[in-house]
Design a protein around this ligand. Structure first.
Ligand code: BDP
Length: 692
């Protein structure tokens, strides 16, 4: 039980359930031959046989009651006879139907799609129904993805290290590729497909130009070959100056014809090796990365030039909006809005603007990025961070679906009330053709893929939400827990509850009430609210919390940076008014006096201290709860999670003590009753970095 199998475990179901299922699963009929059809057959044979505890019969045709028939109207004459073509076409090549049918008087379950990958998704759906012990009678399931591009972003470097990776080394073993392709790559693609992820950007956004060299492209092609049966397309992060570094050109000016020609030729070369290559992800003019600005060109100039090279092949450009150039008096929270909003409607049709969920940087909690309410003529693609850079690495148990739900449900008011982020991105508000969602992956070479067993749930949740941004976190957690840890409903419910509470608890012990970016510089593990040594002001913690004798928080209203004006009314006015600003964003938008009374009736100082304590209390309770589940979970995974929870408690205590001691030097007030006294002096925390 090392966690390698993720949520695709297929251990045999209880006898009673097997008895109920057996009449529905007497044989498997996957007609036709192709790598994807073979993958479907393989997955269903393993899954059904495992779950039922006996080998399922593979048949060439319908020869008995209780067949599972899978395919497309083209691959399977049986599926064709169901006359679902019209409906299937409407669902697209990734949509599918799972239906209880009768053919020639025989009962069967049909999994039908217009595309083979859609049929594969349907196969995984059927397995999920069984893994989570759902009935198989009278099935009539119709599914299609709400977003077209559902993509993992790997921040993997060519030397095998992973930027912000906490689960070992890169899964791509560049030195042995293309000669040897690890079985693990196939298992990665299986896992992705099982939740509908259909793209993978293989390399770090801080890109090495060499990824586009002939040598590396052959390696990339081998990975693409391994992923293809599972419908996972390969994308690459490119370095904007690659025409100079690889091509020897004197410039990378996007409007220089030789530069554009270099990219066109490079695209042709890529597609000759990888006909279904997805496209480019670009971090330009950001944190030292090269970009169009060097040549006084715009983001649109840069993105559109690359888009023109990819367009003949059907590829896309995902242009990142993570740009923030310091100017005197500027507020980082408004920087991307200021630089990109003017280009609304100026991007080519095969460009998506990839925007982080919040305006700063993957903090435990941020309000939604204002660009989501400000670019109606641009295809906006959110970028979520699955890897826990600012959320305790792979040591802390935190179920991120809660954060993502909050983000997707945020109302931008772009077209009046109800203009939620989910509707902006899925095309229902503006009808854009290209939609998508990106997640910075948390996978690595660790045997359990993600370092923490519970971090697997975040990979799972990302895929499920990219498939349907309206799914409830509870439902996602229930599925995942039943597929990974236990099918016992009472035990599952206790674990689900822990997961659902974990996000708010983490915010409590790290950055409650709208605090942000007070992590230790560089590695971002543990607290350092005192940090003020970076040369750029916005790389310092003190820039973000602005503690002084009067109070705490960043005034982003008209009396301060006025970044709040990037939001549409009435949400702008709601945030801007200290009396109506949701308390979870209070210190994000306001500089608040220490004695200001919150909804609880307590002063800011007291409430802050009690939130930190509440976070610690939760982790302690979670540890007890987990210990109490010892006899209900396999010993190996139970012990590993328990060890991580002990670290989480140590860290939560450390966060509370370090942050409160530091802010106390401004607030000059005692800790309220109920808040434990710190074990060390402030000096200790300021000179000791928390270790992971
Ligand atoms: C920051 C990370 C940095 C990334 C950057 C980005 O600290 O490693 O390169 O985001 O998203 O959060 O480009």
């Amino acid at each position: 039980e090392d966690g390698y199998r993720l949520w695709l475990r297929y251990d045999s179901l209880p006898k009673q359930t097997v008895e109920r299922y057996r009449p529905h699963v007497a044989s498997l009929v996957v007609q036709g031959r192709s790598p994807t059809l073979a993958a479907i057959r393989e997955e269903l044979v393993a899954g059904l046989s495992g779950l039922l505890g006996t080998k399922v019969a593979v048949a060439a045709d319908l020869d008995r009651d209780g067949a599972i028939i899978v395919g497309t109207p083209r691959s399977s004459p049986l599926i064709a006879r169901l006359r679902l073509d019209h409906l299937l076409r409407a669902l697209g090549p990734e949509g599918y139907i799972i239906r209880s049918v009768r053919l020639d008087g025989r009962r069967a379950i049909a999994i039908a799609s217009d595309g083979e990958v859609g049929a594969l998704y349907g196969a995984f759906h059927l397995l999920r129904l069984m893994q989570t012990v759902q009935p198989l009678d009278d099935l009539d399931i119709v599914e299609r993805p709400r977003l077209r591009l559902r993509i993992l972003n790997h921040w993997d470097n060519l030397d095998g290290s992973i930027e912000r990776g906490y689960a070992g080394r890169s899964l791509w073993n560049w030195s042995e590729l293309p000669a040897r392709v690890d079985q693990r790559l196939r298992d990665y693609a299986r896992a992705c497909a099982s939740v509908g992820i259909n793209g993978s950007v293989l390399n770090n956004v801080n890109a090495d130009a060499r990824i586009l060299s002939a040598e590396y492209l052959r390696k990339v092609a081998a990975i693409a070959d391994a992923f293809r049966p599972y419908g996972v397309r390969v994308y690459l992060s490119i370095r904007f100056s690659a025409p100079m570094e690889l091509g020897g050109l004197p410039t990378a000016d996007p409007l220089d014809p030789t530069v554009a020609a270099w990219w066109r030729q490079k695209a042709d070369e890529i597609y000759s090796l990888i006909p279904d290559f997805g496209g480019f992800l670009v971090k330009a003019d950001s944190e030292g990365q090269p970009g169009p600005r060097t040549y006084r060109r715009t983001h649109a100039d840069g993105a559109n030039m690359l888009a023109a090279a990819l367009a003949p092949h059907g590829g896309v450009v995902m242009w990142r909006a993570f740009v923030y150039d310091p100017k005197p008096g500027y507020d980082r929270a408004a920087a991307a809005y200021d630089s990109l909003k003017p280009f609304d409607g100026k991007f080519a049709p095969n460009v998506l603007l990839q925007v982080k969920n919040g305006p700063i940087d993957f903090q435990p909690r941020e309000p939604f990025h204002p660009l989501f309410g400000a670019m109606p003529k641009t295809q906006l693609m959110p970028e979520l961070q699955i890897t826990q850079e600012y959320l305790g690495f792979s040591n802390h148990l935190v179920f991120l679906a809660m954060m993502w739900r909050e983000f997707l449900d945020s109302d931008t008011y772009a077209e009046g009330p109800g203009s939620t982020v989910a509707k902006v991105i899925d095309g229902s508000l503006y009808g854009q053709r290209l939609t998508g969602m990106a997640g910075v992956a948390n996978t690595g070479s660790d045997r359990n893929w993600t370092g923490h067993h519970f971090a697997q749930a975040n990979w799972y949740a990302f895929g499920r939400l990219a498939w349907d941004p309206n799914l409830a976190p509870r439902r996602i957690a229930e599925e995942w827990v039943r597929m990974t840890f236990t099918r016992d409903p009472a035990t599952a419910e206790r674990i689900v509850r822990m997961m659902l509470e974990s996000y708010e608890a983490l915010v409590d012990y790290m950055t409650p009430l709208g605090l942000h970016h007070i992590m230790w510089p560089g590695h971002h593990y543990g607290p350092a609210p005192w940090w003020d040594k970076a040369e750029r002001p916005d790389w310092n913690s003190v820039y973000y919390h602005r503690a002084d004798a009067r109070g705490l928080g960043f005034d982003r209203t008209a009396t301060g940076s006025d970044a709040v004006s990037c939001y549409n009314p009435p949400i702008r006015d709601l945030f801007a008014n200290i009396a109506t600003c949701p308390e979870k964003f209070l210190l994000w938008f306001h500089h608040v006096p220490w004695d200001y009374r919150l909804l609880s009736g307590r002063t800011l100082w007291d409430e802050l201290a009690l939130r930190y304590q509440r976070g610690v209390d939760w982790v302690r309770a979670a540890r007890k709860e987990w210990d109490a589940l010892a006899d209900r979970i396999d010993a190996e995974r139970h012990a590993e999670v328990a060890r991580k929870l002990a670290i989480q408690e140590r860290d939560a205590v450390w966060w509370r003590d370090a942050v409160l001691l530091y802010f106390q030097t401004f607030a000059k007030r005692p800790l309220p009753p109920g808040v434990e006294r710190p074990a060390h002096t402030l000096d200790f925390y300021m000179t000791t970095s928390l270790k992971w």
